[in-house]
Design a protein around this ligand. Structure first.
Ligand SMILES: [Zn+2]
Length: 409
C-alpha cells in the first residue's frame, strides 16, 4: 500500500494561481476516471467560523493535494474545489468535520456535503467491538445504567448511553498501530503546542506537509479497517454525518464553551441501529441549546427551567470532578491545617451552599469546627446526598486520608 510510507507518498502543494488550475483539473480527472473516494482535512488557527482556515488537504488514495488557503483564499473554492466539497454524491472521508464545516460555510460559503465522518464510524465500531477502545482515561465515577424492576429507565437516567469520542491521534494508535504515522502525528502536535499559530506560518515546513499527508492517508486506512462494521448500514453513517456536519455550522450563534466542544458524542447524532431517524425533539437543553424529547430531562430540572441533557450533565460532572481533584491535591499535604478550606471548597463545588444542610455545614467550617462539619456531612445528610458528594470528591481518598470511618453508607 502506497500510504505505508508517508514520506514517499505522492503529494502536491498548491500555493500559486497557475498551479491551482492545474491541480484542480488533475484532481477532477482522477475523480471522473476512477470514481474515487476522497479524504478531506482542514488546518488552521482555532479552526471554526471565527478562527483562520489556512490549509485544506484533499486526497485520493494515490495522491494528496495540499491547498494553501492562506495564500489563495476564496480562489481555491471558486476554481472548482468548492463544487467537489459541496457535491453530495462525492463521498468524502473526514475525521470530526464539525469545525471544518463551520469554517468552510461561514468564511467561504462552501456547504460541505457527502461526508462520512470517521469519528462517528469509530463510535459505531466500538459499540460492536466493546474491547477495542481503551477506557483507561475515563473518569472514575460510575456511569452504570440502573434498571428499575428489569425495565429500561427514563431517558434522562440512561447515562450509560453517554459515549466518549476519540481524537484522531488516539484512533491511529488504537487501530492502525503504525509507529511511523504516530511519530509524524506526534511531531505535528508538538509543533502546535510550541506555536499555536504554526499553521499560519509560511513556508510550510516539511514536518507539517508530512502531517497533512498522514492525516488524510490514515483516514483511508481507518475506513478500510472499520467500514465493514456497519456494512449494510452505510446509510446510517451518512445520516449521522449529515447531522454532524451541520452541528456547528447550523447554529446562529456559537458559544465555544465546554458544553459545545467536549469529548462526548452529542446525543441523537447516530440513529439507533436499524433506523434512520430520531425521536421528535421539542425541548431545548439550557446548556448546549440543542433540542431533545422532553423525557431527556429530569422532572425536577424541567420544573426549575434548568434542564440539562445527559451530555451536558456529564460535562458539568467532569468539570466539578477536575476542580475537586485540584482542591484535594492542594489540600491534602497539609491535612488538618487546611481541612476547613478543603471541605469548604468541596461543599461549595458541589453546590451545597444552596441547601439548608450546606449552609449549616459551611457555617460550622467557617467557625473552624471542621470535624463537626464532616461528621455532620456523614451522619446528617441523606444517603443519596452523601453518595453524590462522595462520588464527586472521591470518597475513598478523602476518608482514608482523614481516617474517618464511613458508617452511614
Ligand atoms: Zn445539552
Amino acid at each position: 500500500m502506497a500510504c505505508e510510507n508517508a514520506t514517499d507518498y505522492d503529494y502536491r502543494l498548491v500555493d500559486g494561481d497557475t498551479g491551482l488550475q492545474d491541480a484542480i483539473s488533475e484532481l477532477k480527472r482522477k475523480i471522473a476516471e476512477r470514481n474515487t473516494l476522497l479524504a478531506v482535512d482542514c488546518e488552521g488557527d482555532s479552526l471554526s467560523r471565527e478562527g483562520a482556515l489556512t490549509i485544506i488537504t484533499v486526497a485520493t488514495e494515490e495522491k494528496v493535494y495540499i491547498f494553501d488557503v492562506l495564500k489563495l483564499g476564496q480562489l481555491i473554492f471558486s476554481s472548482g474545489l468548492g463544487e467537489i466539497l459541496e457535491d453530495n454524491s462525492r463521498k468524502k472521508l473526514m475525521f470530526d468535520c464539525r469545525q471544518d464545516s463551520d469554517a468552510l460555510w461561514h468564511q467561504f460559503k462552501v456547504k460541505l456535503s457527502g461526508v462520512f465522518d470517521l469519528q462517528l464510524l469509530e463510535v459505531i465500531y466500538r459499540r460492536e467491538n466493546p474491547s477495542s477502545g481503551s477506557t483507561a482515561n475515563t473518569p472514575q465515577f460510575s456511569t452504570k445504567n440502573k434498571l428499575r424492576g428489569g425495565r429500561r429507565s427514563r431517558r434522562s437516567q440512561r447515562i450509560d448511553e453517554v459515549e466518549r469520542i476519540y481524537g484522531f491521534g488516539r484512533c491511529i494508535e488504537l487501530y492502525l498501530q503504525d509507529e511511523k504515522l504516530i511519530k509524524i502525528k506526534e511531531k505535528g502536535k508538538e509543533l502546535l503546542k510550541e506555536d499555536k499559530e504554526v499553521w499560519t506560518k509560511r513556508p510550510l515546513t516539511d514536518e507539517l506537509i508530512q502531517y497533512c499527508i498522514v492525516d488524510t492517508m490514515a483516514m483511508f486506512r481507518l475506513n478500510n479497517k472499520m467500514k465493514d462494521v456497519n456494512g449494510g448500514e452505510q446509510a446510517r453513517l451518512r445520516v449521522a454525518s449529515e447531522k454532524y456536519v451541520d452541528l456547528y455550522r447550523g447554529k446562529t450563534e456559537r458559544s465555544f464553551d465546554e458544553y459545545e466542544t467536549n469529548a462526548y458524542l452529542p446525543l441523537d447524532i447516530i440513529p439507533d441501529k436499524g433506523t434512520l431517524d430520531f425521536p421528535a425533539a421539542n425541548t431545548a437543553c439550557t446548556r448546549c441549546h440543542r433540542r431533545f424529547p422532553r423525557e431527556e430531562f429530569s422532572v425536577t430540572q424541567l420544573g426549575k427551567g434548568e434542564q440539562k441533557c445527559r451530555v451536558c450533565k456529564e460535562v458539568k460532572r467532569l468539570k466539578m470532578y477536575k476542580i475537586t481533584e485540584k482542591i484535594i491535591g492542594n489540600a491534602l499535604p497539609a491535612k488538618k491545617k487546611n481541612m476547613s478550606t478543603f471541605l469548604k471548597a468541596c461543599l461549595t463545588t458541589h453546590g451545597f451552599m444552596a441547601t439548608k444542610l450546606g449552609r449549616i455545614l459551611t457555617l460550622l467550617m467557617m467557625t473552624g469546627k471542621a470535624s463537626y462539619a464532616i461528621h455532620g456531612l456523614l451522619y446528617m445528610a441523606t444517603p443519596r446526598v452523601v453518595a453524590m458528594t462522595c462520588n464527586l470528591i472521591q470518597k475513598t481518598l478523602i476518608l482514608q486520608s482523614l481516617q474517618i470511618p464511613f458508617r452511614r453508607l
